[in-house]
Each structure stands twice: as structure tokens, then as C-alpha cells.
Ligand binder design. Structure first.
Ligand SMILES: CC(C)(COP(=O)(O)OP(=O)(O)OC[C@H]1O[C@@H](n2cnc3c(N)ncnc32)[C@H](O)[C@@H]1OP(=O)(O)O)[C@@H](O)C(=O)NCCC(=O)NCCS
Length: 167
């Protein structure tokens, strides 16, 4: 199964530039190494699908000593909101969090990387697919810890739904 952290998955969402745009871009970036550097870093970050990274603190634990499910949902929600806001260029409200699954428990001091991608766009809504991967910092062992699919709605300054693509 293909995961959000796999490069092959990212290719599905990466739209390469056509020949004309590539030529224009090459002419524009000629002898401008700083702009080229920023452009590459921005695009590489987009390709990686990483919304953010964090690590588990004692306050996030449940009584089993593993990450509390509610804390994991909060991480996933934050990651989803980051990519949804980037897509619609406005604030967003979470309206639904569907199909959340907890697969492997994450433990104290584990690093957590949340991968998120906008997988569907409606009129005012966006569906975001998210995965949380835990990494044991000493051994480097990684595992898919949780995944979810959430729906965000683009909102205007009056907190009312507005189109994702406003032209
Ligand atoms: C977000 C909110 C403004 C939407 O208002 P609304 O009157 O339901 O708006 P609409 O019925 O026009 O729905 C807006 C979009 O959300 C989608 N939607 C609404 N409820 C949904 C649900 N339960 N599941 C999936 N999509 C949903 C609709 O299909 C529509 O999508 P589209 O425009 O792409 O077709 C309102 O529901 C709200 O304020 N909810 C509380 C949000 C909140 O407090 N979140 C937690 C903190 S971020």
C-alpha cells in the first residue's frame, strides 16, 4: 500500500511544469541563485507532504504511558488545517474528521511526523488525507501510528463558507 511518506505517492500530486513555463522560468532564474534556492526549497517541501514534526511530551500521555488519542487527533487536525489553509489561501473550519484509525502506539520522546495532502476539493470544502508516523529517536525505528481523513471548509472574515477557488 502506498503511503503519504512514499515518494511515489507524491508524484501523483505533483504537476510538472510544461516546456514553455520551464523555459520562462529558466530565463527568469538565470544568475539569480538565491531565488532559485528559495524556489527549489519551496517545491521540495511541497513534494514531501510534510505538514509538521513534533515530539511527545509527558503531558500528551494516557494512563497506559502511550500517546493519548485526543492529542494525536489534535496533531492531525493541525496538520490538515495547515495544508487546507495553504490550498484555499483563507482561514478554515474543521467540519468532519472521518475514518480516523490508530495503528501503532506512540511513546514518550518519539518524534511524530504528520504528512498531509489535500486529496479532494469541493466548492467551499477540502478533504485532507493525513498520516502520523512515529520515530523512535535512538533506534530510528519508524511506524505508521495513525491516519485520518478530514473535511475543512474555507471561511471568510464573517466565519461563513467561501469558495476554495476565488479566481
Ligand atoms: C463550517 C460551517 C461554517 C459550515 O456551515 P454550513 O452551513 O454547514 O455550510 P454548508 O452546508 O454550505 O457546507 C459547506 C461545505 O461543507 C461541507 N460539509 C458540511 N458538513 C459536512 C460534513 N459533516 N461532512 C463533510 N462535508 C461537510 C458541505 O458539503 C459543503 O461543501 P461544498 O461547498 O464543497 O459543497 C459550520 O458548519 C460551522 O461553523 N461549523 C463549526 C466549525 C467548528 O467549530 N470547527 C471546529 C473548530 S475549527
Amino acid at each position: 500500500m502506498l503511503h503519504l511518506r512514499d515518494n511515489a505517492y507524491n508524484v501523483k500530486f505533483y504537476r510538472p511544469l510544461n516546456l514553455k513555463s520551464t523555459l520562462h522560468l529558466t530565463l527568469f532564474l538565470y544568475k539569480k541563485p538565491y531565488i532559485l534556492y528559495v524556489f527549489l526549497m519551496k517545491n521540495i517541501a511541497q513534494l514531501e507532504n510534510i505538514a509538521f514534526k513534533t515530539f511527545i511530551m509527558p503531558a500528551d500521555l494516557n494512563f497506559h504511558g502511550t500517546l493519548f488519542g485526543g492529542a494525536m487527533l489534535a496533531y492531525l487536525d493541525k496538520a490538515g488545517a495547515i495544508v487546507a489553509q495553504k490550498r484555499c489561501k483563507s482561514r478554515v473550519f474543521l467540519v468532519a474528521m472521518n475514518k480516523s484509525e490508530f495503528i501503532k502506539p506512540a511513546r514518550l520522546n518519539d518524534a511524530i511526523t504528520i504528512y498531509a495532502v489535500v486529496s479532494k476539493v469541493g466548492n467551499t470544502s477540502m478533504t485532507v488525507t493525513m498520516e502520523a508516523w512515529r520515530e523512535e529517536p535512538i533506534t530510528g525505528e519508524i511506524a505508521l501510528s495513525a491516519k485520518s481523513e478530514a473535511v475543512y471548509v474555507a471561511i471568510d472574515e464573517n466565519l461563513k463558507p467561501c469558495p476554495v477557488d476565488r479566481g
